[in-house]
Design a protein around this ligand. Structure first.
Ligand code: BV8
Length: 236
């Protein structure tokens, strides 16, 4: 296996599936139960904030009983043992990468364990439920507290930092994502045009499968540790 210096890894819901968290588009996924326009758009929040709070409060409570799996742990080990740079760009709003020990991490779609005040813009670590009567710890006003997640139609976080990492990468790996949602689904093309080798690790071919130079299919807990072993030259 060629030696790579700067590795950028994009992760999606498929990485956390074997930890017990639902994905979005699989047959019993989140979007099979909810209409994303109602629960994951600013318009939906204005129209029915109680429905949206209930949707995210349920998902936040579900985080309490999940643990990082072998795929999360393998990526944390890669960051620790790889001599070059490793940057994880996750679409996931769970905290399983952090729980596995990953440090160099960008939550491009936000974090469920944080709350954002739409009045004053302040963010706060948040473990409990949110509601219309929740007061912002900074400005004290109610009715503006929302989960610190990026909804459809909103600008993802840290896009400049992400594009800088993509253009400097010599290896781009996409794990557990269906490649349906932009701008994340466009990252492989960005990395490829910057000269990076591109690898897809997923249960099945994603929408963008044809753009990848290399692909391995199967459950993340099997294929991710195996791929990390080859990258580290099976140092273990
Ligand atoms: C924006 C947070 C302006 C909230 C999410 C271009 C073309 C068309 C449309 C657009 C476009 N540009 C923008 C848009 C609009 C829109 C968009 O993409 N719409 C789609 C529906 C067509 N994008 C936006 O609105 C974005 N904002 O564009 O701002 C802009 C433009 C340019 C540059 C900068 C800014 C904001 C989108 C963010 C929305 N928020 N989540 C929440 O979580 O509730 S999106 C949400 O769905 C996830 O975060 C993720 O990003 C996305 C997709 O989910 P995946 O993670 O891929 O999960 P999915 O279920 O789909 O797939 C799971 C995969 O895992 C499958 O392939 C499966 O096979 C695999 N798998 C399953 N089990 C396993 C497994 N793999 C391995 N092992 C297993 N065990």
């Amino acid at each position: 296996m060629k030696r790579f210096d700067n590795i950028v890894i994009l992760t999606g819901a498929g990485l956390s599936a074997e930890s017990g968290l639902s994905t979005f588009r699989d047959k019993d996924g989140i979007w099979a139960k909810y209409d994303y326009r109602e629960v994951a758009t600013p318009e939906g929040f204005r129209a029915n904030p109680v429905l949206v709070h209930d949707f995210y409060n349920q998902r936040r409570r579900a985080l309490a009983d999940v643990q990082p799996n072998a795929a999360h742990l393998a990526l944390a080990r890669l960051e620790r043992e790889h001599a070059g740079g490793v940057t994880i760009v996750t679409q996931n709003i769970d905290a399983l990468h952090e729980a596995a020990g990953s440090q160099h991490l960008i939550h491009m779609h936000g974090e469920l364990m944080k709350a954002l005040c739409a009045h004053c813009g302040e963010r706060h670590a948040w473990g409990g439920d949110l509601g219309l009567d929740t007061a912002c710890p900074t400005c004290g006003r109610v009715g503006g507290m929302r989960p610190d997640v990026v909804w459809f139609g909103e600008m993802p976080y840290q896009m400049e930092r992400i594009y800088r990492a993509l253009t400097a990468a010599d290896l781009f790996i996409s794990i557990g994502t269906s490649g349906n949602v932009y701008p994340a689904a466009g990252f492989v093309a960005e990395a490829r045009s910057a000269g990076a080798h591109t690898v897809e690790l997923n249960l099945e071919p994603s929408e963008g499968a044809s753009v990848f130079a290399e692909a391995h299919y199967g459950p993340a807990t099997r294929i991710v540790p195996a791929f990390v072993d080859t990258l580290l030259g099976a140092k273990r």
